[in-house]
Design a protein around this ligand. Structure first.
Ligand code: NDP
Length: 485
């Protein structure tokens, strides 16, 4: 990269531009702890300009034929795929995740998001209801909302950014979006791809900056009709407070503390392989990671020794090395937050079975590396089991009965996802009914079909994304009732 290119710019009305204030934030490379670029510290004035560009673009975009919109979405997907290596390297550098993960998951999924909604919009239909005996027919018009705000977190940067933007655009809305200021690079690079794909100017505007200023300005802007947000529960609560008096539509995908329930009758080898992944993929920084492991008593000791042996063998290393299974955590403050949970473990009567320490990677001594950590806890009520750590840390404990396992799975404020390992069909159905989570995986983890409703219960959020749910969120239904004689 040239030094000029390390300055990320806002993407407003199809142009790349500096923030009006000319204030900048440092962008860190988590793998070596060094500043490698600058990010706009955008203010309300930048958001205002983005909203104005969207307002100008909306009449044209919302009436563009569905075929034309779809074609542009698919071209954006092609553009992302054509730059797979380049975008994956940028994502890995910005976030600290292993390049192998960015190449196999993050960037392909970003392309899939555009491809999926590019196709989905051509099949999106609304209902008609014939009022028999009243000589009347009702039909539903589904119109784009107007200008919408999309705010995304740092853990799966382009993956989650596009998961919001693609359905919003496909449905005919104009978007003002903000990626996390911790990982803005691939969102910045997306602007050029959108221009090359022929997305009209002003339809997508990307404003970089801090959550409390830029993000807040998006949420509170009166012309922004809906906000789709993925991030922490505390931030989600704040956004809900801001948006509620303005009656904005909200989709909130928030934190998780997901149970991984392992029964003795499961396919043990598959479970073990998958549990290593569901615990530590992306350094444990996925809202869907199974961070609380509950194991049936009869296989607890065997699982404990097998799992710990597998975890100890995971290589922590520079994200660009193919052998690295874990890269760096996203930032220094986040590393310190995760470490503070580990340091507090003994005070909670918990035992660290492996990991728990910072890792020094030769030549990258200032990077934010941490050993994958397994902690045995005595109670589901301890802080380690109740608070979201969002790092390479899992807890484990045993259970005796199905009832006990279910109760512990549900005894938490979050309700995003759960994983169940069993070959008992009746138990599968009982748990599927009783688990208080938006997603239940049985004998698998993070297998995603983009048509399915995605989201959480309880403090994990409000609303669902994916498939028709996303297209319904980004449209306003209007009932038309015609009586005829
Ligand atoms: P945050 O809540 O800190 O931030 C998310 C986004 O919101 C960022 O772009 C942030 O900007 C912005 N933001 C912060 N404050 C405000 C505000 N007042 N108004 C508007 N926007 C604001 O989450 P993290 O980035 O730390 O992400 C980790 C969290 O995301 C975890 O809790 C995780 O569970 C959750 N998550 C949930 C998922 C789900 O689908 N349910 C999926 C992935 C993650 P900035 O970065 O500049 O502060």
């Amino acid at each position: 990269m040239t030094s000029k290119e390390t300055y990320i710019q806002n993407f407003i009305n199809g142009n790349f531009q500096n923030p009006k204030s000319d204030e900048w934030i440092d962008n860190f490379n988590p793998a070596n702890g060094e500043v490698y670029g600058k990010i706009p510290n955008s203010s309300k004035a930048d958001v205002e300009e983005a909203v104005n560009a969207s307002a100008k673009a909306f009449p044209g975009w919302s009436t563009t034929t569905v075929e034309e919109r779809s074609k542009i979405m698919l071209k954006i997907a092609d553009g992302i795929e054509a730059k797979l290596q380049f975008l994956a390297e940028a994502e890995s550098k910005d976030n600290g995740k292993p390049i192998s993960l960015a190449l196999s998951v993050d960037i392909p999924r970003a392309a899939s998001n555009f491809r999926f909604f590019g196709h989905a919009i051509t099949q999106f239909a609304s209902e008609a209801h014939e009022s028999v005996g009243h000589n009347a027919v009702n039909f539903t018009l589904r119109k784009p909302l107007g200008i919408v705000g999309c705010i995304s977190p740092w853990n799966l940067p382009l993956y989650l950014f596009t998961w919001k933007i693609a359905p919003a655009l496909a449905a005919g809305n104009c978007v003002v979006a903000k990626p996390s200021e911790v990982t803005p690079m691939t969102a910045y690079l997306l602007g050029e791809i959108c221009n090359q794909a022929g997305l009209p100017k002003g339809v997508l505007n990307i404003v970089h900056g801090l959550g409390q200023t830029t993000g807040q300005a998006i949420v509170e802007h009166p012309q922004i009709k809906a906000v789709s947000f993925t991030g922490g529960t505390a931030t989600g609560e704040h956004i809900a407070r801001t948006a509620a008096p303005m009656f904005k539509k909200l989709s909130l995908e928030l934190g998780g503390k997901n149970p991984n329930l392992i029964f003795a009758d499961c396919d043990y080898d598959k479970m073990l392989d998958t549990t290593v992944r569901s615990s530590f993929a992306n350094q444990g920084q996925i809202c869907l990671c199974g961070s609380r492991i509950f194991v049936e008593e009869s296989i607890y000791e065997k699982f404990k020794s097998d799992f710990v042996a597998r975890v100890k063998a995971l290589k922590v290393g520079h994200p660009s090395e193919k052998e690295s299974k874990l890269g760096a955590l996203v930032s220094k403050p986040h590393l310190e937050k995760v470490l503070s949970f580990i340091e507090d473990a003994p005070a909670q009567g918990a035992t660290i079975l492996c990991g728990g320490k910072k890792v020094t990677v030769p030549s990258f001594e200032n990077g934010y590396y941490l050993e994958p950590t397994v902690i045995e806890v005595k109670s589901n009520q301890c802080k380690l089991n109740q608070e979201e750590i969002f790092g390479p840390v899992v807890t484990m404990m045993s259970f005796k009965t199905e009832e006990e396992a279910l109760a512990m799975a549900n005894e938490v404020r979050y309700g995003l996802s759960a994983t169940l390992w069993t070959n008992n069909l009746n138990r599968t159905m009982r748990f599927s009914n009783e688990l208080q989570t938006g997603i239940v995986w049985v004998n698998t983890w993070m297998m995603r079909d983009l048509r399915t409703p995605f989201g959480g219960m309880k403090d994990s959020g409000v609303g669902r994304e994916g498939g028709w749910e996303a297209l319904r969120f980004f449209t306003e239904p209007k009932n038309v009732c015609i009586q005829y004689s």
